[in-house]
Structure formats: C-alpha cells, structure tokens
Design a protein around this ligand. Structure first.
Ligand code: GLP
Length: 251
C-alpha cells in the first residue's frame, strides 16, 4: 500500500489528480474506473485545470463509472451520469462513446449488469479504479455484507446510505432504493486502485478499513489485499490511524 497524507482537501485533490494524470500520460487509452460523491470533486477540478494547461489528453481514455442509481433519468439531481458531465466530461476532450455507466433505465437489470462486465473485459479490464469510501465502509455501492466474489449487480441501499444521500435538493423519499454497482471482485480485479478519503467524519471508517480485520462487515477492508493500492488521505481523515510507520512499511 502506498499512503499519502496531505495537509488538506486541496492537497488531496491535487495529489489524486497528479496520479491520474501520470497514468493517462503513460497510457493514453487507459481504462479508468470512476467514482462520484463529494470526495473526488476537487480531484476532477484539478484534472480539468491540467487539461486546460494542455497537460492531459482525454481523447483516447475509456471510463466506467463504479455505480449508478437504478431507474433514474440522467437529469435526476442524484444521477452520477449527470455528475460526471458536470464535474469532468463537459470540460475536457473525452469521447462520449468511451464513457460507460450501468444503464439503469432498462428493466432487465441482470442483463445490464452482464453487459457492463462484458464491456469492461472487452476493454482488457480496469487499469485504474478511483474509489471513495462510504461512512459504513462501502465501496461503490457494495454495502456491508457484500460477498467478496460479487460482480456487477443490482443492490438495495441501506437506509443509512439513503439518508446520507438526501440533501438540500433531494428529499429522502426521492433517493432511489436500488443501484447498480461494480462488484467487489470486479473492483479487486482492477490493476491499480486509488482510494481517497477526506475529513474527520471519515477518520474512524478509514482506520477500520485500513487497519482493522479484513471483513465483509467493512467492504473497503478487502482493499488491504490489493497488490497495487494507493491511499490518499487528508490529515483529518488520517487522524485515527495508528502506527503510521507500520502502514508505510507495507509500501
Ligand atoms: C456514495 C457512492 C460511492 C462514494 C461514497 C462516498 O454513496 N456510491 O461511490 O465513494 O458514497 O461518498 P462521499 O465522497 O460523498 O463521502
């Protein structure tokens, strides 16, 4: 595990964007697994800034989003498709044919999930998977209890997760109950993983994920076993970690 602790959220965003930019420079047709949520917003802003300086070219990049709500239109305020357009895609030279989301408006969710997996494999698998972490340790929408062997599938969100997703613009009743997410196995098959966490409210779950037992109770804890994991935390999210030297010795 490579661990980088930055002073603040801005530093985290810059560090993460630089890692992504380096990988894109090394492999312009990189297959990128993308995450949403509050955490990566700054990273996407930094990436757009790098693009505007002519430092990153997105034209050959292929993306697969890690999750999407089930059966909501793209213009729904919680749509991750909409989020990606707003925070990254509309600002850079990405080819929309190369961006993938689990299509959530079709009724046969199983067929959608199989097709998503097939497309990922057809592109040779995910090179770099970006991840945030939920308050209960979820990655993508793999909630606690998800099997390690899961692939892309339809999941039911916990009420805790739904409550956290409700915000000033979206009432709890409007938060979908189901989503499609890459499975844990699919995520673990990514060649490299970049995990980001920011803020004091993530400090305890970060500690459980990185220093606790590997357990399906904390889905993110499986990442301890990934051969190429980079973790970028800001100081607040790293507050509860013990024995940082021991963690770093794993590098
Ligand atoms: C959401 C998403 C995850 C995300 C996580 C953390 O529910 N499904 O992909 O990583 O929760 O979100 P945030 O960065 O807003 O804390």
């Amino acid at each position: 595990m490579q661990l980088q602790i930055t002073n603040d959220y801005r530093g985290l965003s810059r560090a993460a964007a630089r890692i992504m930019a380096q990988r894109i420079l090394t492999k312009p047709n990189l297959v990128l697994g993308l995450a949403t949520g509050k955490t990566p917003i700054g990273m996407y802003e930094e990436l757009v800034a790098l693009y505007r300086q002519g430092l990153v070219d997105f034209s050959s990049l292929v993306t697969f989003n890690v999750d999407e709500f089930f059966a909501i239109p793209v213009d729904h305020p919680l749509s991750y498709h909409h989020y990606m357009e707003e925070h990254l895609f509309q600002h850079v030279n990405i080819n929309s044919r190369n961006t993938h989301f689990p299509s959530t408006t079709v009724s046969d969710a199983n067929a959608v999930c199989r097709e998503y997996e097939r497309r990922i494999q057809a592109h040779g698998g995910i090179d770099l998977q970006i991840l945030g972490i939920g308050h209960n340790g979820h990655i993508g929408f793999n909630e606690p209890g998800s099997d390690w062997g899961t692939t892309t599938r339809l999941v039911t969100l916990t009420e805790e997760t739904r409550a956290r997703l409700a915000n000033r613009d979206v009432s709890l009743t409007e938060v979908p109950r189901q989503a499609i997410t890459l499975g844990i196995k699919t995520i673990m098959h990514a060649k490299e993983i970049l995990l980001l966490a920011s803020g004091r409210e993530k400090a305890m779950i970060v500690r459980q994920a990185l220093q606790g037992p590997v357990s399906t109770d904390i889905p993110a804890s499986i990442l301890q076993l990934h051969p190429r994991l980079t973790v970028v935390l800001d100081r607040d999210a790293a507050k509860e970690l013990n024995d940082l030297d021991d963690l770093r010795r794993l590098e």
